[in-house]
Design a protein around this ligand. Structure first.
Ligand code: ATP
Length: 445
């Protein structure tokens, strides 16, 4: 079972070693909770996002796409409740001068005695908890004084509510229908832990699904199942996933029901995505603050109502981390230890590696020809550096599901060896039709 061997240290070091993800601004000593994505990290991230879009707007026809601005009118956050209520309770320690989330003290380390939690040591001197807004502020205008204070969005959802009326007009849809968006959000998080699980800037994949009020419960159930299944379909062991309904005391001010899709990370069960029944809170708030009518009016029957909203809100980085943790495995191959990412082929950064057995005798020439034909259809990689075993292992570590090897026989009969990352089975396959044979194996069921 892959999940049994994985630790966060192994994931962090694999990400760094293979250039998936590494600390940002490292030459200046890094910046808390901020990471950069390298080549394979970018490809994996794009595949996660691509699969999300596919599930939203290709596999169904009741959701449309949107890309709204990161900086919106400041009234947005007044209406949404973020200005007043999007806060974390923080305490300061007067002794070590560090700041902690008051609701996370039991998991955090004391600034001077890392074996203890803040407040546990006799020398700890914690202040009362104070609310601290998570939104980043900046200023529009050439001078700071007199400029307009604006905020980097802490979620993409509000841009969708602001554009509800516009989209309703051009999308020619009536409830139930959804508006989906992927983009960066920003939160001034102070707890630095667990790699990319909680970062200052992160990408969200959010969809607001507008429904007639009396259908809200049904659609809430629908989206919980859909979203849970999405992770399982893309390779996460269903045993490592669960849906956890929020207790009444945990619910956000706008929500009548919320459930989190949680994943069993090496550091414990944690949220990947929240599915919330937001009622008509957001549309009513923005209607009230803007003076615009934000409702659905049926052109035929004249029916008029404010739709209720079901929101599945996922994080790209957290999903990536879960996909990588679940795919991570170690096994033994020919007496040597192998690290392998058993990623679903649809998510794998590189789909196929093309490897000439030798760097002579016409192998590289034919391998380049095969590479050129495959890369027209999928992300392929050519590698002729080092022993063949080393090259296989490099590809195993980045999760490449297939490797094609060109040898003497290839020159004679135009067949290649196709190696499967997981079963290690090797079969002889004709070069003609190779791309099609591979593509058939990538499909998401
Ligand atoms: P948490 O309780 O972990 O802070 P949240 O419940 O505040 O998360 P939501 O506001 O529901 O999160 O955001 C939806 C999704 O966006 C989360 O499930 C998560 O995947 C992602 N997300 C939220 N905050 C962060 C962050 N700081 N870093 C990375 N991803 C995040």
């Amino acid at each position: 079972m892959p999940n049994d061997v994985v630790t966060m240290d192994k994931i962090v070091s694999l990400c760094k070693r293979r250039g998936f993800i590494f600390p940002a601004s490292e030459i200046y000593g890094g910046i808390a909770n901020t990471y950069d994505y390298g080549h394979y990290g970018v490809l994996l991230k794009q595949n996660v996002i691509g699969q999300w879009w596919k599930s939203m707007i290709q596999d169904r026809d009741d959701v449309v796409a949107l890309d709204s601005a990161i900086i919106q009118h400041p009234k947005t956050w007044e209406a949404s409740g973020h200005l007043a209520g999007f806060t974390d309770p923080l305490v300061d320690c007067r002794t070590c001068k560090q700041r902690f989330r008051a609701d996370h003290l039991a998991e955090l380390e004391c600034g001077r005695r890392p074996s203890k939690h803040p407040g546990e040591d006799a020398q700890c001197d914690l202040t009362e908890a104070r609310d601290f807004n998570l939104m980043f502020e900046t200023t529009i205008g050439p001078v700071k004084e007199g400029g307009t204070t604006v905020y980097l969005r802490p979620e993409t959802a509000q841009g969708i509510f602001l554009d509800f009326k516009q989209v309703l007009q051009f999308a020619r849809r009536k409830p139930p229908f959804g508006i989906a968006q992927v983009g960066k959000s920003f939160r001034n998080e102070i707890t630095a832990r667990n790699f990319i699980f909680r970062t200052l800037e992160f990408e969200q994949m959010e969809m607001e699904y507008f429904v007639p009020p009396d259908e809200a419960d049904r659609w809430y159930e629908h989206w919980m199942k859909e979203r849970f299944d999405w992770y399982a379909r893309l390779g996460i062991d269903a045993e490592h996933l669960r849906l956890r309904p929020h207790d009444p005391g945990e619910l956000s001010h706008y929500s009548s029901a919320t459930s989190d899709v949680e994943y069993r990370f090496p550091f414990g069960w944690s949220e990947l995505e929240g599915i919330a029944n937001r009622g008509d809170f957001d549309l009513r708030q923005h209607a009230q603050h803007s003076g615009e009518k934000l409702e659905f009016v049926d052109p035929q029957g004249g029916e008029r109502y404010v739709p209720h909203v079901i929101e599945p809100a996922a994080g790209v980085g957290r999903s990536m981390l879960a996909f990588m943790c679940d795919a991570y495995d170690e096994d033994e191959l020919g007496g040597e230890r192998r690290t392998v990412l058993r990623l679903h082929p649809a998510l794998a950064p590189v789909k196929v590696a093309v490897l000439p057995l030798l760097r002579k005798d016409g192998h590289p020439e034919l391998a380049r020809e095969v590479y050129a034909s495959l890369r027209r259809h999928m992300k392929a990689e050519y590698d002729d550096g080092g022993a063949i075993g080393r090259r296989y292992r490099r590809q195993d570590e980045i999760g490449t599901p297939f490797a094609v090897t060109i040898d003497h026989q290839s020159l004679e009969d135009r067949t290649v060896t196709l190696r499967d990352r997981d079963t290690l089975a090797q079969e002889r396959v004709a070069i003609d039709g190779l791309a099609r044979a591979l593509q058939d194996r990538f499909a998401v069921e």
